[in-house]
Structures are given as structure tokens and as C-alpha cells.
Design a protein around this ligand. Sequence first.
Ligand SMILES: Cc1cc2nc3c(=O)[nH]c(=O)nc-3n(C[C@H](O)[C@H](O)[C@H](O)COP(=O)(O)O)c2cc1C
Length: 336
Amino acid sequence: MLFEELSKKGTEFLGVKYPIISGGMTWISDFELVRAVAENGAFPVLAGGNMPPEIFEQEVDRCIDNLDKPFAVNLITISPNYRAQYEILLNKKVPFVVFAGSFPRKADIQGMKKSGKKTMSFASEGSIAGQQIRFGIDALILEGSEAGGHIGHVSLMVLLQQVLFNYDQVPIFVAGGIASGKMIAHLLLMGAAGCQLGTAFVMSEECTAHANFKKAFAKAHARQAISTPQYDSRLPVVAVRGIRNQGTEEFGRLQLELLKKLEAGILSREQAQYEVENFWVGALRRAVVDGDVDAGSLMAGQSVGLVRDVLPMKSIIENLVNEARAELAVVRDRLT
Ligand SMILES: Cc1cc2nc3c(=O)[nH]c(=O)nc-3n(C[C@H](O)[C@H](O)[C@H](O)COP(=O)(O)O)c2cc1C
């Protein structure tokens, strides 16, 4: 009962049974993963990544035609195909959009809202949360730096105090480092509308990522999921968290090479940043699709140290919910 009460804000907003979001993951969150999450009562997000417009439209249509449950489409505002994907999505009957990459402009949020969609975006610090709320965003995702993929600099522990405890205008979902129902229970008690998980859902049978990718996750320790450094402020790069491998080293070499080209005037800063993002899309594909877990990118959160087994999606979600319920009962006993 307590779990249902605490989940209400999130489940009413998302229109699903449990306030658990499977975060959009480029190359990973395809129709198969979306369907598995939707069928088991949680909220799925289809990844737009940098998909060419025609493929993007096909994937979106596949979800519209085959799902009778709510889902979101993830748009990466810094991806070269963003504008084309945005225009396609505008005219589709999709209930939710999640803006990722950087912070969506007011016009982009308002445009999606006018087309009947609920909008969500990431807040990586307090001032951004305030700005996105002023822009009309319907819900926020607070993602701590322990998360996998492209990340901000602030840990979830600090974001909770900075944003979750200070903003109540919109539902706030939290992400980064979550892989247990116990943690979900405590975050709901803190006022979160729900939780978004990424790494944990890679370890589902339904996830179409290469078996080598999942094996690497099963073996990895939390400390191996490191974030990439930025070598020089002349080439600002968004940090990416993943399991350390040759691909990580290769990214270091790429940065040095691009810096040299910047210095020599062969490339502009924007061109160099474009090369960086191109590198990540390609490297992630190499690991997720081709199974090259040495040279490809093994994007993963520190929560990779908390997941060991590949399980059916049904079990993953049931385990999370049962554990959350049990933990809330323990907390209630502690308080009475
Ligand atoms: C392999 C991988 C790819 C990701 N790609 C995206 C993406 O395309 N768009 C996005 O908004 N978030 C992306 N993320 C972040 C997830 O949606 C989610 O917020 C994050 O994984 C939560 O942290 P956790 O991994 O500790 O659960 C990605 C994460 C991983 C692990």
C-alpha cells in the first residue's frame, strides 16, 4: 500500500503501473527493449541516438503501431540529426518526449507540448532545473554523475539536496547508480516521483545488445566504470562513463589529435566536438552491435558493479518492486 501511495505522483504522470523508467540508451533502447519494459508495467524510452531520419521514423512507428502502453522517445539535442528527428516526432502520436544531450530551448519544449506531448529533460544542477521549469517542462530527470553514458559533473547525492529537496513544481525522477528496489524505496521516501535506470536494464534477456556486452557488464566492478577527462578547455567535451578498455584509451588519443588540429587551424572547435560525438556513436555501436568489447565503448554506470545476471525483464522489474515494498515495510517498522 505504502509503495502505491509513494508511487502515485510518478505513476499518474507516466500512466504506468510502476514509477520506474528505462532510460533511453543509444543502440540499446530499441523497439524490443521498449516493448519488454512496457509489458511489465514500467515506462520505456525509445532512443533516438543519431538515427538517420527514415530509420528513426520507422522505429517510432513500430512503437506507435504495436504498443498500447505509454512510452517516450529520447531526442539528443546535440546530435546532427536532432532537428530532423524533432520535426518527424512533432507529427507523431507519441505521448512523451525526453530531451537529452544539452538543455532544450523553450521553443522546442513548447512546440512538443503544443503537439500534445508531455516533455521531460535532465537537470544537472539547481539553476538548470529552475530554467527548464520556467520553459514549461512537465517533469525533470535528475541524473547523478555515477550514471552511464554522457554525464554531468555532480553526484546524485548532491543533486538530491540541491534540486529534489527544493523544487516541487513538477515531478522529479532520479537516475544514476540505481539498481535495487531498496534504493528506489528510499528515493520515493525522499520525494522522488520515481527512478530511471539504464545499466540494470541492459542485463535483461530482451535487450538486444551483443552477448559480449552483457558479459562485460556481468564481470565489471563499480570502480571500473570511469568517466573520461577533458584534456584542454579549448576543446570542451562532455564526460562519458563506461567500463575502462582500449576504447577509453583511444578516446584519449583522439582528443590529443583533435587538439593538435585545432591548434594548427585545420579544424574549428565545433568540428572537433562533432568528431568527438561521432566517435562515441561509432564506438558504442561497435561494442553493442558488433560485440567488440575491447575497442568499442562499454558505456555503463557505476551501478554495473551491482548487476551480475542476465534475467527476463519480468523478473528484473518484479524484483525491484518486491524489494522496494519489503524495504518500505522495514522502514515503517523502524518508525513505529
Ligand atoms: C550504454 C548507455 C547508453 C546511454 N545512452 C543514452 C542516450 O542515448 N540518451 C540518454 O538520455 N541517456 C542515455 N544513457 C543514460 C541512461 O538513459 C540512464 O539515464 C543512465 O543509464 C542511468 O544511470 P545507470 O546506468 O546508473 O542506471 C545511456 C546509458 C548507457 C549505460
